[in-house]
Design a protein. Structure first.
Length: 135
């Protein structure tokens, strides 16, 4: 298992009329969490796409809204890898508010796709080398 925390403040433009983070913006928090978690492991989306020709489209999102995130709150986005990737990688997300309460949970699943062929492939070996020692 591997877990990584990243902090982000809720901006005014991300809120609705109630001053809550607009529900559609949570997917951006998952993306921030994924990208920064991979970066913490020495991996980058850009390298995956440009150097290795692999993209990772989202194929499943399951979200649970527990409490609202509010304007100007500093959120902690916790991204967790609970299992080794295969042809799919699963990121579990927990979002905490300023009071360290879990306000949101989500599961996001992505496939590895070879960009040249559009076919599903297994997790690239160089990526697996960085992830496997964590389990």
């Amino acid at each position: 298992m591997y877990s990584f925390d990243y902090k982000k403040r809720v901006r005014y433009g991300e809120t609705d009329m109630m001053g809550y983070l607009y529900y559609g913006n949570y997917a951006q928090l998952y993306e921030i969490g994924r990208v920064e978690t991979m970066r913490s492991l020495g991996l980058s989306y850009k390298d995956l796409e440009v150097q290795h020709g692999i993209m990772m489209p989202v194929v499943h999102v399951e979200a649970r809204y527990l409490l609202p995130a509010k304007y100007d709150e500093e959120l902690t986005i916790r991204t967790i890898l609970n299992e080794l990737p295969s042809k799919m990688i699963t990121f579990d997300n927990e979002i905490f508010n300023d009071q360290k309460q879990v306000i949101h949970k989500a599961v996001v699943k992505l496939f590895f796709i070879e960009m040249a062929t559009g076919k599903k492939v297994s997790c690239p070996a160089y990526m697996m080398e960085k992830i496997k020692p964590l389990f």
